[in-house]
Design a protein around this ligand. Sequence first.
Ligand code: PEP
Ligand code: MN
Length: 336
Amino acid sequence: MIIICKKSAKEAEIQDLLEILSQKGVEPHPIYGETETIVGLVGDTSKILAEDIEAIDIVKNVKRVSEPFKLANIKFHPNQTVVDAGGVKIGGGNFAVMAGPCSVESEEQIVETAKKIKASGGNFLRGGAFKPRTSPYAFRGLKAEGLRLLELAKKETGLPIVTELMAIEHLQYFDNVDVIQIGARNMQNFELLTELGKCNKPILLKRGLANTIEEWLMSAEYIMASGNTDVILCERGIRTFETALRNTYDLSCIPLLRKMTHLPVIGDPSHATGKAAMVHSLSKATVAVGADGLMIEVHPNPQKALSDGAQSITPEAFDYVMKDVKKYCILEGKLL
Ligand code: PEP
Ligand code: MN
């Protein structure tokens, strides 16, 4: 349920309204806009009669929200959320590029890649230290040592770090991480999402391999409902009947999400296609459909990469992609 207050409503009157609503057993979330105040209600609103609320002097209008996601809903929060991660803004007209290898492999690999990403205009260094792999025999990351190497690269370049968390016990190693990535395979790990709601770092929530947009937003809602509203969504391709590429890049979800949520949305053409040759054109397309950022896998020697080599581009190719991404951002009126 959403309550739109009259423009004439005074602060003290809004406070009284919030008190009345709390007494009805729901959680009111006021959003103070430039012209009006909106109060979103979270909880069981089925017993609240819209007519009773509309009868309150300062209330202009009451609307029921039919969608199950509330805090992530654009109706609750008409202005786009801007997430500030390590001094870099994402959303609300700010475009961010997160780039780096699939896995952190060595000091030389991560530091050299980070320097080149920075020189080409990338905003974040990505790199997996705890890797979710389909095979238990595949390289599963350098773990805590990988995080140490990421921190080293951050010190050298000033680039904030994005890296994946798979288990809440590993959070102890994430003190210097700027954005915690929740991978596709953990999108519906509800206990993990609830715990992340209690931490004060932005969360990059990747879309599950076979999840609907509504399920994805409900996972964002889990994080937000336990207190952390800094959630960034990342479309990384979904499973369909098509097998020509690793996944099917659901670019249409980006303009659709714009109408559903205020959260920033980025696209990952690397995991979405599994092919390095697709990254350039789909990076441009990602900007063109209105995304707030990109995640791109970059490796100094993709043929020797310990994971996701086929979809990783070289730093030289990344530089070329960035030149076009910058032009597309100008067309879209985005700040990069
Ligand atoms: C990754 O970013 O390297 C990764 C494992 O991504 P996803 O969860 O989208 O497969
Ligand atoms: Mn990867």
